[in-house]
Design a binder for this molecule. Sequence first.
Ligand SMILES: Nc1ncnc2c1ncn2[C@@H]1O[C@H](COP(=O)(O)OP(=O)(O)OP(=O)(O)O)[C@@H](O)[C@H]1O
Ligand SMILES: [Mg+2]
Length: 234
Amino acid sequence: MIAVKDLHSYYGKSHILHGVSFELKEGELVSLLGRNGVGKSTTLKSLMGMVRPAEGSILFDGQELAGRRSHEIARLGIGYVPEERRIFRSLSVEENLLIGCKRSVDASREPWTLERVYETFPRLRERRGNKGIHLSGGEQQMLTVARTLMGNPRLILVDEPTEGLAPLIVTGVLEMLANVRRSGVTVLMVEQNFKAAVKLADRFYIMAKGQMVFEGDMAALLAAEEVRKNFLEV
Ligand SMILES: Nc1ncnc2c1ncn2[C@@H]1O[C@H](COP(=O)(O)OP(=O)(O)OP(=O)(O)O)[C@@H](O)[C@H]1O
Ligand SMILES: [Mg+2]
């Protein structure tokens, strides 16, 4: 579905991504792991056109994304959930969801509606009239993901969805992402929390200093003790 090849990105003169390459197949849930500051968020921002890659290629269904603007990339079917949860705090859950609503780019897929969101995430139905400001951290995260789904993406990029949440809430957020994948949306999830990621990802990539240093499934990751010791917080 998406093939990223030899991506280089900068902030001003700081060279952050040094030739990042990876791929996702349709329907996969893949986790991108790595320590603080290695370039995970920059990778997602480069895919979304929020950071303009200086070199390299991002093919999404054969179309080149590098050099395109964020809104165009979103329109092609990629949703982005940034690290800081961006909900409208003075609006209700339902109003937040309606703001995310966009027509589906792909007529062969069932579009997301309020009803479908509430069926998939019953907690949001219970809270539909509550203002964003009154939601817990976990509910805010769920709302951010659900609002992104209302844009009918085929792929969503989720940056550290479990950050700052209590362990019980983390379980709820992971279940929600498993539901998203089950609904047919491909998921790329950035995580620092290895224990969270390992529960639901099909495959893993690990980044260090702006490059991929590992790719493999759970068995490979569990076997790669040195890699985990050197490149993850465990
Ligand atoms: N807007 C910016 N301007 C300049 N440098 C930045 C900017 N954003 C990030 N950086 C730097 O780029 C590097 C990679 O940052 P990035 O946010 O991609 O890391 P990360 O892997 O997502 O880390 P974390 O786990 O802390 O979220 C870091 O050294 C960071 O300080
Ligand atoms: Mg980050």
